[in-house]
Design a binder for this molecule. Sequence first.
Ligand code: AKG
Ligand code: FE2
Length: 336
Amino acid sequence: MSKRPRTLDSFFSPPPSKRLRDAGIQTQQSHVTPREGNDDRLDNIQDPSSAQESVHATYPFAVPRLPPDITEVLNFAPATEGRNVDDQPDLDLVYYQPYVPKEIQHDLFEFLRRELFFYRVKYTIKRGPTEMQINTPRFTTVFGLDVTSRFDIDGSVVDATSGKPVARDAYKCKPRPMPQCLDMLRTLTENATGCLFNFALVNYYASGDDSISYHSDDEKFLGVEPAIASFTLGAKRDFLMKHKPTPVGHPSETKPMKIPLASGDMILMKGLTQSKWLHSIPKRKGGEADKGRINITFRRAMVRGGTDNYYRYNVGDGEVYKWDGTRREMGRWQKG
Ligand SMILES: O=C(O)CCC(=O)C(=O)O
Ligand SMILES: [Fe+2]
């Protein structure tokens, strides 16, 4: 058998012995069943890059590692150089069109849709005296931990400085480490942008009825001028941007924008973009929206409140959904 050429993947990846403990996540060898009455441990040594899956006490089910045919090509991302889009007041974007190489856009989309667990979060908000129930109009999931903590080798949450377990009530939520498939994309994105990220938020828009309304990701827990890297995989959807209202007497000379984000594209939002602009993915009829679109945003939360917020609104306490390949839709997932 010929030796596989040394790829960028092997350059960035730790050696197999270390890889078993990557990023504070428990990994396990799958598809390896020791035969009884026979010391066959040597037979069971497999290339960990193909044999492991990401597991954690908080995961409803294990998430396989990315197959080598995807990782090998992904290592060559970004497929194009980012283009600065900063020709309007307070706007500071870098647009990679695309970031994910064409050869793997479809397989990466299919992999993430098939292998991740999703939620359809419900929550209530108070508008004056009335309480309103909000049904998030898309599937969501989230992984990560703010800078004050990290995952230990055994998957537990420890203080980032002392390495000691955090207090039982440090978080209201149960933080989840990034599975290898998202962690690899996170590392590549950090290298390409020079920004650091500790969270991956994933949205799945199953059809044109799924959406996100105008908002900005300017929560205090992200710090000042946060950088957010936002990936599109699957269906093309319009990404709308408009400047926040300006005070009376200070009319803004800005134009709203429509960016048709296609599979593989990445848009880095930075500088004043979040504090001064709003963005949305509006509902759409027809077109390719019904093929489904995945959006991944990488962000960096600075305090524990950010971690609680992200899990509350992207995992919640409802049912788990998983892609049903036969019905070709997200279906309720039940243990066992
Ligand atoms: O789906 C997208 O492109 C945008 C998602 C978004 O704005 C968010 O999750 O905050
Ligand atoms: Fe957003």
